[in-house]
Design a protein around this ligand. Sequence first.
Ligand code: PLP
Length: 243
Amino acid sequence: MTPDDVTAATSARRDEIATGLRLARERVAAAEIDAGRPPGSVGLVVVTKTFPVADVQVLAELGVTHVGENRDQEAAPKAVTLAELGAADLTWHFIGQLQTNKARSVATYAGVVESVDRPRLATALDRAAGIAGVELPCLIQVSLDDEPGRGGAEPDAVPALADAIAGSAHLLLRGVMAVAPMPGDPDLAFGRLASIAERLRSQHPDATTVSAGMSGDLEAAVRHGATHVRLGSAILGYRPPVR
Ligand SMILES: *Cc1c(COP(=O)(O)O)cnc(C)c1O
């Protein structure tokens, strides 16, 4: 995909995205107030998976600086195209399950990998970051549903994984990320995440990021200390289910 292939968003789509973004920011601001947290203390990552480059361009023009993607095959060409279009201020958060053979690619464009969930992946990312000549901020994705296989480290495995990341030459341990199990009580899940995050900080004081909350449950995440939320459909609209 080159910039020439990108069809600019229609003005109707621009309006739709601007409205979605404004409403989402209002929702986050209200959640901060309800949780007794300082205004502006919760960051926003707009999850752009499945949406076209033109939408990301509109987001960048509207002042969005953090975007999230969950598949390398999709994210890599989007990141390159947006850079060529001049959207240089975007930080790309990789938020999906990641195979070790994709680490090389991800390290070339990701500003944060939020989904580090096993030591082998940390090793691959460390090597990839070294080759790319970057220091790569990482979050540990924690599994909150006691059901293996959907990505995320078991809570018991977090301390050892944290030590592995922190001890890597080219990785920076920044905190945790989680998805609340569905169905389930998001307050329970994010409460659990908060205590895992607190334990992590006692060993790794710089690991202060808590990435939690999506379009359906951001209020619960903000109540339990999320430092940024990851919103897709609330801003960009309906996303056809993948697979
Ligand atoms: C898709 C996705 C989101 C955004 O979900 P919405 O419900 O559209 O807000 C957030 N986090 C992860 C890990 C995702 O895969």
